[in-house]
Design a binder for this molecule. Structure first.
Ligand SMILES: *[C@@H]1O[C@H](CO)[C@@H](O)[C@H](O)[C@H]1NC(C)=O
Ligand SMILES: *[C@@H]1O[C@H](CO)[C@@H](O)[C@H](O)[C@H]1NC(C)=O
Ligand SMILES: *[C@@H]1O[C@H](CO)[C@@H](O)[C@H](O)[C@H]1NC(C)=O
Ligand SMILES: *[C@@H]1O[C@H](CO)[C@@H](O)[C@H](O)[C@H]1NC(C)=O
Ligand SMILES: *[C@@H]1O[C@H](CO)[C@@H](O)[C@H](O)[C@H]1NC(C)=O
Length: 423
């Protein structure tokens, strides 16, 4: 066994280095290969191979060109019959990319042993073209928190470098792939990839992809607010109310309404849920509808996670009762009016035409009522938001009453006073 190994190694050595050590007149010296190190696909370039210092008139030689990775397939040759340099033209294709070697051997003379040159590295440049972005997931279907992978694809091109643009500014990645982890809305924008390669100092090629618009969709989150948008009244009583629910963040929110933790769906005896996202609830105010209301917002495609609003107490009493504070204001106004009645009477007719009173008074009372009531009954609620909501409501009601100009039948004197005070 041992001796077999040794003999195998000896045979191997004798094949690799025939007659090593012994000075042999039939062993050719090492040829030298030179030529360009960069070439364009499709161009014709020449490589040169020679054994330096060969005397003129020596034996004819054959120079052959190979890819080092594929020694079995000759890609070009030159017969040097009179000792001239071997000139080997090559029409460049992508298979020529790599390391070239030149083999020198005797021309039709097997007595002369061949020799190989050192390798010559060649880069084959294929101009980059037809660049596009492959987005995973698709740019119009990405959600915050996901990972977005944008790949810059080319139909052809070698030795390509990449640049990414985000809203026309460099993104700072030179990879062919741009990966963004944990997307947020801030990552939305227009993405573009520019691929380029260079042949020499003056010749570069580039190709730009189309722009991909990425819109990162948000899940619902943040505060949920319930705002009374309009109400209807009769004989100083609020008989109907429209509530709107809104969530701070979320691209596709869907809303659900609850009275005392019971879901209100579609249309019922005293309510109707409106709008495709369920954000609006219309109520008729009565004994049936009294209770604590809240709404919940969730993503329309996934109702498992939701955020909810504070409870809002709605009943006839709360909406219509006159509070001591409101009464005080009214009394105070009345006193002021008495003092100013002489000066006011000139303008009274004018004001009478301009301002309709009923709604304003009801609004004023209700605004204070509900604010006070909320403070009393729901300490844990988001109180400032509720207040803000009611202020918005009041403004809306003010506008409504401003426009109701013809309703001048019975202007309450306290209202004239209120106007006089607020102006
Ligand atoms: C030398 O070899 C070539 C093939 O490489 C052959 O065509 C040619 O006839 C040969 N010439 C002589 C003189 O043997
Ligand atoms: C660009 O690529 C598309 C497919 O990716 C192909 O259909 C088209 O022929 C290519 N155009 C060029 C000029 O290579
Ligand atoms: C670059 O390549 C082009 C195209 O082959 C050639 O016209 C130009 O002279 C080259 N420039 C330099 C600086 O080598
Ligand atoms: C792309 O090529 C155009 C000319 O073809 C050149 O004006 C532009 O500067 C190049 N862009 C890049 C990024 O190399
Ligand atoms: C909701 O709860 C309140 C307080 O517990 C109660 O007064 C009211 O009647 C309830 N409403 C309904 C519709 O159950």
């Amino acid at each position: 066994m041992e001796s077999m190994h040794v003999s195998l190694i000896l045979i191997g050595l004798s094949v690799l280095c025939p007659r090593t050590g012994a000075l042999d007149e039939h062993q050719l010296e090492e040829p030298v290969l030179y030529g360009p190190s960069v070439a364009l696909e499709g161009s014709t370039v020449e490589f040169y191979c020679e054994i330096p210092g060969r005397p003129a008139g020596s034996l004819p030689l054959l120079y052959e060109l190979y890819m080092e990775s594929n020694p079995g397939r000759m890609i070009g040759e030159h017969s040097s019959l009179f000792g001239e340099i071997g000139t080997i033209p090559l029409v460049i294709n992508t298979q020529h990319d790599g390391r070239l070697v030149c083999k020198a051997s005797g021309h039709n003379n097997t007595d002369i042993r061949s020799s190989l040159s050192q390798g010559l590295d060649l880069k084959v440049i294929v101009p980059v073209a037809n660049v596009s972005i492959i987005s995973d997931p698709a740019g119009d279907d990405v959600w915050e928190g996901q990972t977005l992978t944008l790949r810059c694809e080319k139909s052809k091109g070698t030795y390509v470098s990449y640049e990414w643009l985000w809203n026309e500014r460099p993104y700072g990645t030179t990879d062919d792939t741009l990966i963004i982890h944990r997307l947020s809305a801030l990552n939305s924008g227009d993405y573009m990839c520019v691929a380029s390669n260079q042949f020499n100092d003056t010749t570069t090629f580039n190709s730009s992809s189309a722009v991909i618009s990425v819109k990162v969709k948000e899940s619902v989150g943040g505060a949920v607010t319930v705002t009374p948008v309009t109400h209807t009244g009769r004989d100083f009583q609020v008989v109907g109310l429209v509530l709107r629910c809104a969530v701070e963040r979320g691209s596709f929110p869907h809303y659900r309404w609850f009275l005392n933790s019971t879901r209100l769906e579609g249309r019922g005896g005293f309510y109707a849920v409106a709008w495709s996202d369920g954000s609006v609830l219309s109520l008729s105010v009565g004994p049936d509808s009294a209770g604590f209301y809240h709404c919940e917002a969730s993503d329309s495609f996934d109702s498992r996670t939701s955020v909810r609003s504070a409870n809002m107490l709605i009943n006839e009493e709360v909406l219509n009762r006159v509070s001591p504070a409101a009464a005080l204001v009214v009394l105070g106004c009345f006193a002021l009016l008495s003092a100013a009645v002489m000066s006011c009477c000139v303008y009274g007719v004018v004001l009478r035409r301009r301002y309709s009173g009923k709604n304003l008074l009801i609004e004023q009372r209700r605004r204070m009522e509900i604010a006070v009531k909320h403070e009393d009954e729901e300490e844990d609620d988001n109180y400032p938001e509720t207040l803000e909501s009611y202020e918005e409501d009041a403004v809306l009601a003010d506008k409504m009453s401003d426009s109701a100009e013809e309703d001048d039948g019975s202007v309450d004197e306290t209202l004239l006073c209120e106007d006089a005070v607020s102006k």
